[in-house]
Design a protein around this ligand. Structure first.
Ligand SMILES: *[C@@H]1O[C@H](CO)[C@@H](O)[C@H](O)[C@H]1NC(C)=O
Ligand SMILES: *[C@@H]1O[C@H](CO)[C@@H](O)[C@H](O)[C@H]1NC(C)=O
Ligand SMILES: *[C@@H]1O[C@H](CO)[C@@H](O)[C@H](O)[C@H]1NC(C)=O
Ligand SMILES: *[C@@H]1O[C@H](CO)[C@@H](O)[C@H](O)[C@H]1NC(C)=O
Ligand SMILES: *[C@@H]1O[C@H](CO)[C@@H](O)[C@H](O)[C@H]1NC(C)=O
Ligand SMILES: *[C@@H]1O[C@H](CO)[C@@H](O)[C@H](O)[C@H]1NC(C)=O
Ligand SMILES: *[C@@H]1O[C@H](CO)[C@@H](O)[C@H](O)[C@H]1NC(C)=O
Length: 710
């Protein structure tokens, strides 16, 4: 996480806002609805605040910058706008009326009535954790179907376009484009005229290609040109001109748009959907540091199967029906698993899944001969919004539950880049590195070049504990102990550091760096002690009995001493810092003790803390500690995962749900906010840490006990 110079909370009215939406929102109306969310650079949302229909607002990048995406339908020759808020001078059209919105784990579905026809617009961002090719395809679907609502048949045409805003964060830059107008698929491709490999502007990538595509079925038409021209063409004629604009220019210069249209013909009760795909491909995806300061370009995994964009687009569009079936099954499974806790919980989880995975990209390297090496997989995760760091350890840790739930192998691929870099011996500190990327604030580029100067944002106990805990967690979940063997020396080194600095941690920051540095943090001591306990288990799995017993007895002895040090002198709760005695501090890191089934901390600690939470909630939840009134959604859910009463569990879940649905905010799920006002911290949105919202899903705790020496 980045060290915020000042933490600013948006000022907003204290009055509870109630969304004034006129449609049915299922399960609730969130601060922003994911539309196409697959990677840090394919991230389109519909901002909500107090509610915006699909044709009340433009889709925006996670930062809030518009990514032009428009849609019209003609029903019996009458034009209706269903997507975006384009203005098309000199033509008139109606606005379809939104009847419902719904989100699931993989889909956002809107129904709008366009005269005598209902349009169902489904945005599907696949979640394919068990298929590395499919998971790494940076594309998303929009499917539109029409159904008559008056028992008569109707003639329907559907149109949609994207603008060139999908390829840059600077709309004054020059772009060019071309179109594939024959064959099975119609595809528009757009790119910057002067790309900047690995570069970013306003968090948008500055190289690679955006694609907008649809099957080239009978009656399908295309057109590129100024927004007003192409849209007016469809609104007037119900079809496009099959012409291409070759006057290449800036993104905002007579806004070139890339239009596609279908004629559904005459429809009655329901039509098959017309499907569009939007995507963004760049190659190489990232540059990664290898041994001896060498650099390695890494590519998205799917390129090993699909050498050209045409191949992957054809496959992706062909797969829509099957992808929808898989998505529905995944959504139902999440609903069943998370629904066992509560309906609110299932909704919070569903909203979190695309966002968390959408911060990640699966990459592979090439062999010396230039072939893709699919045995060499690293998953990169961008921190997003708090900064652009890559594979930040204390961002991976809070998001860890989603990987345990979807496919723990993805977790291994996330840790691999960190392990491999540090095993290369280039990182000089005794503790674990904070991240693989460049220092915050320095550069607008996406790299994983490590920190050979050791000057990364130091979080010694935090990151060392996180690495050991996640290494064990993965092994427990999968029976795979190969990484424990390969990286045993690093794990031993980090645990040695924890032994020296966990009971009474030196003055340092923890994951909540915005709260500043502090000595003796109670919660951080828990992290370190759990890390030592985890290493005892790791040694046991590796058959190193003596080492295991040593770490085990150190961890137990630290717990006993810690209890004395952290007990408050003013009440039955734990303090913020050991040896201060009066202030309260959250102890969300107890999650690790439960997750790994270490049971280092006595039940009385859990009971006492739970009771304290019960009586110290503000309108939007329980503050992290007594220094401030803010809290975090991930840490509240981690706390809910071990709270010993259902009342406190539900209080914390309810707080998160209330916060993300109360209408004050219009960004993707934010995780840091004020418990009194509900104001979000500026710059904490769309972060993958919401993957931690899966911390109560039962299955993440079920693991196969690995026998020693397995
Ligand atoms: C579009 O341009 C790209 C990049 O120059 C090229 O690879 C592709 O073949 C072109 N497509 C068409 C249909 O001309
Ligand atoms: C509805 O349309 C489909 C496809 O055109 C056709 O097969 C079906 O018979 C129609 N049903 C009715 C009730 O008109
Ligand atoms: C990575 O790719 C970029 C852009 O193609 C190139 O400039 C750079 O030299 C490559 N780096 C390596 C290590 O191959
Ligand atoms: C492929 O990657 C694996 C894992 O990094 C490595 O061990 C292997 O040598 C690589 N293969 C080739 C041919 O480079
Ligand atoms: C136990 O571990 C600590 C910390 O790594 C180490 O200093 C100590 O020598 C170990 N003791 C034994 C008996 O292995
Ligand atoms: C931290 O704990 C040590 C040892 O108990 C104590 O000397 C020091 O004053 C404490 N520091 C703070 C800031 O509480
Ligand atoms: C806990 O503190 C009490 C009172 O200071 C002391 O008597 C006791 O020995 C301490 N126990 C441990 C395990 O440190």
């Amino acid at each position: 996480m980045r060290l915020l110079k000042t933490l600013s909370l948006l000022v907003c009215p204290l009055a509870t806002l109630v969304s004034a939406i006129s449609w049915t929102a299922t399960p609730f109306n969130p601060s922003s609805i994911p539309l196409a969310v697959r990677t840090p650079y394919l991230s389109a949302w519909l901002p909500q605040g107090q509610g915006a229909a699909l044709n009340d607002a433009w889709a925006t990048f996670w930062t809030g910058m518009i990514v032009g995406w428009a849609g019209f339908a003609k029903v019996d020759s009458v034009p209706y706008l269903f997507l975006g808020t384009p203005s098309v001078p000199a033509v008139t059209f109606n606005k379809a009326v939104q009847k419902s919105s719904q989100f699931t784990s993989t889909q956002s579905i809107f129904v709008l009535s366009a005269g005598p026809v209902d349009l169902t617009v489904t945005f599907l961002s696949p979640v394919e954790p068990n298929d590395l090719v499919k998971q790494s395809i940076p594309f998303s679907y929009m499917a539109v179907s029409a159904a008559s609502t008056d028992e008569s048949t109707h003639s329907v045409q559907i149109y949609s376009d994207i603008s060139a805003e999908w390829v840059s964060g600077d709309n004054s830059l020059l772009v060019d484009w071309n179109s594939t107008t024959s064959g099975a698929i119609l595809t528009h491709q757009v790119q910057l005229q002067t790309p900047n490999v690995f570069g970013e502007v306003n968090d948008h990538t500055q190289y690679g290609f955006a694609f907008y595509s649809t099957p080239n079925t009978v009656g399908a038409t295309f057109q590129t040109g100024p927004d007003v021209t192409v849209r007016a063409q469809f609104v007037n004629n119900g079809k496009l001109a099959n012409t291409q604009d070759t006057n290449f220019r800036a993104i905002s210069d007579n806004w070139p748009v890339f239009g596609l249209a279908h004629d559904l013909g005459t429809i009655n009760s329901s039509s098959d959907p017309v499907v569009f795909s939007v995507g963004h491909i760049r190659d190489p995806a990232i540059e990664y540091i290898v041994a001896d300061g060498g650099l390695q370009n890494r590519s998205l995994y799917f390129l090993s199967e699909f050498p050209t964009s045409a191949d992957v687009i054809l496959s992706f569009l062909d797969d829509f029906g099957a992808a929808l079936t898989r998505a529905n099954a995944f959504d139902a499974q999440v609903q069943t698993d998370a629904g066992k806790i509560s309906a609110d919980y299932a909704a919070v989880v569903a909203l979190s899944i695309r966002q968390a995975l959408g911060a990640t990209e699966l990459t592979i390297s090439k062999t010396p001969s230039g072939a893709f090496n699919t045995s060499d997989v690293i998953l990169f995760m961008k921190e997003i919004s708090s900064d652009g760091n890559v594979n930040t350890v204390d961002v991976i840790f809070p998001s860890w539950p989603i990987f345990l739930y979807t496919n723990p192998m993805l977790g291994k691929f996330l840790l691999e880049g960190l392990f491999r870099y540090q095993a290369s011996g280039q990182y000089p500190n005794a503790w674990s590195v904070h991240d693989l990327g460049q220092s915050p604030f320095e550069i607008d580029r996406y790299f994983a070049l490590g920190h050979n100067d050791g000057a990364d944002e130091a979080m010694p106990v935090e990151e060392s504990g996180n690495m050991v805990i996640m290494a064990l967690s993965y092994a427990q979940k999968t029976r795979d102990i190969s990484h424990l063997q390969t990286y045993h020396a690093l794990l031993t080194q980090w645990t040695g550091f924890l032994v020296s600095d966990s009971l009474i941690p030196a003055n340092q920051i923890s994951t909540d760096d915005f709260a500043g540095a502090l000595a003796n943090q109670t919660n951080l001591a828990i992290k370190g002690i759990v890390g030592i306990g985890a290493m005892a288990e790791i040694e046991s799995l590796l058959g190193n009995t003596a080492q295991s017993q040593n770490y085990s007895s150190i961890a137990s002895s630290y717990v006993t001493q810690w209890q004395n040090l952290s007990a408050s002198t003013t009440g039955p709760h734990l303090t913020l810092s050991v040896s201060v005695g009066v202030r309260f501090g959250s102890t969300f890191f107890l999650f690790g003790d439960k997750l790994l089934k270490l049971n280092l901390f006595p039940a009385s600690v859990y009971d006492e803390q739970t009771a304290w939470y019960q009586t110290h909630a503000n309108a939007f939840g329980v503050p992290l500690d007594t220094r401030h009134t803010y809290t975090k959604t991930d840490w509240q859910i981690f706390t809910a995962s071990w709270a010993t009463t259902t009342a406190v569990r539900d209080l914390l879940i309810g707080a998160v749900k209330k916060w993300v649905s109360d209408g004050q905010n219009n960004g993707p799920f934010g995780d840091l906010y004020d418990t009194v006002t509900g104001a979000i911290a500026v710059g904490f949105r769309a972060r993958p840490v919401v993957g931690g919202h899966l911390a109560l899903v039962r299955s993440i705790y079920l693991f196969i006990r690995v026998s020693p020496g397995f």
